[in-house]
Design a protein around this ligand. Structure first.
Ligand code: HEC
Ligand code: HEC
Length: 224
């Protein structure tokens, strides 16, 4: 008798799983559509969408033609992503993976509808190492100290210094980082770069900055 009950329960559970699956399928129709567009346009020739990244050496990294997108849903603000795909303004001053060549600023553009579908698809790509709800963007004083004095993050990154854009050119611009990036991703990247970008040209701050300094600088950058 007991077993029959267990079986009945199992049947109900599996039916409801199939049913929610079908519902999710119809609700997320543009996720599948976005993935199709992504594949048809061969975005994957330059962007990794299946993580984690397995690069071991700088040579592995130099083979990549564009930044990883396998954590796009944990990294970007959705409103920024949909706009950028329609009108991609340079983020890096230098060409990807280069310290000599200028960014040609010739990224392919998508139409409104394509950008919206591709955004829905990319926002489903997340990393379990990025815990949402940890970092609140704020003009954190300790974060500012780390960014400007203690570590000189601005030496490689553009940001607003007063009313002027200033800073180094080797890293991506952080001028509009708060509109573009999720603070939780910035924190995860600083704390555990191995899980996010295993081979990078940015120094590792885990072990150099303590946890509250990493949280503060992530909150500070997320306020840009
Ligand atoms: C020829 C290689 C190439 C192709 C093809 C390509 N991209 Fe890119 N993509 C890049 C490079 C290089 C950058 C960095 C641009 C910058 O920093 O200004 C980039 C940046 C991005 C970014 C921002 C990522 C970040 O971390 O800053 C997104 C999102 C993106 N591409 C999506 C797409 C989509 C969607 C497609 C297909 C429609 C596509 N890309 C096709 C090379 C490519
Ligand atoms: C020596 C140069 C250098 C310094 C110093 C540096 N960075 Fe970076 N940073 C980079 C480079 C290069 C990348 C791109 C990483 C990659 O994909 O290889 C990067 C990437 C980033 C990103 C991701 C940006 C994006 O759009 O993908 C953030 C956020 C960031 N750095 C914050 C910081 C903070 C905060 C500090 C100071 C604690 C700092 N950086 C110091 C060079 C630097």
């Amino acid at each position: 008798m007991k077993w029959i009950k267990v079986y009945q329960k199992l049947i109900v559970v599996s039916f409801s799983m199939v049913f929610t699956g079908i519902l999710a399928g119809t609700v997320n129709a543009d996720v599948a559509g976005g993935q199709k567009i992504f594949e048809a346009k061969e975005c994957g020739a330059c962007h990794l969408t299946k993580g984690p990244n397995q690069d071991k050496t700088i040579e592995d990294k130099l083979k990549r033609k564009g930044p990883d997108l396998w954590f796009a849903g944990s990294k970007f603000k959705k409103e920024w992503l949909v706009k950028w795909l329609q009108d991609p303004k340079s983020i890096r001053q230098m060409a990807y993976n280069s310290i000599e060549k200028k960014n040609p600023g010739d990224h392919s553009k998508l139409s409104d509808k394509e950008a919206s579908d591709v955004t829905d698809y990319l926002m489903t790509l997340t990393s379990i190492d990025v815990v949402s709800g940890t970092i609140q963007a704020k003009k954190d004083l300790m974060g500012k100290m780390v960014f400007e004095k203690k570590q000189g993050c601005y030496g490689c990154h553009l940001s607003m210094r007063g009313a002027k854009v200033a800073g180094g050119l080797t890293g991506p611009s952080l001028v509009d980082a708060g509109k573009r990036l999720q603070g939780d991703w910035i924190y995860a990247y600083l704390k555990n770069p191995q899980a996010i970008i295993p081979v990078k040209r940015m120094p590792t701050y885990a072990g150099v900055l303590n946890d509250s300094e990493m949280k503060s600088v992530a909150a500070y950058v997320a306020s840009f």
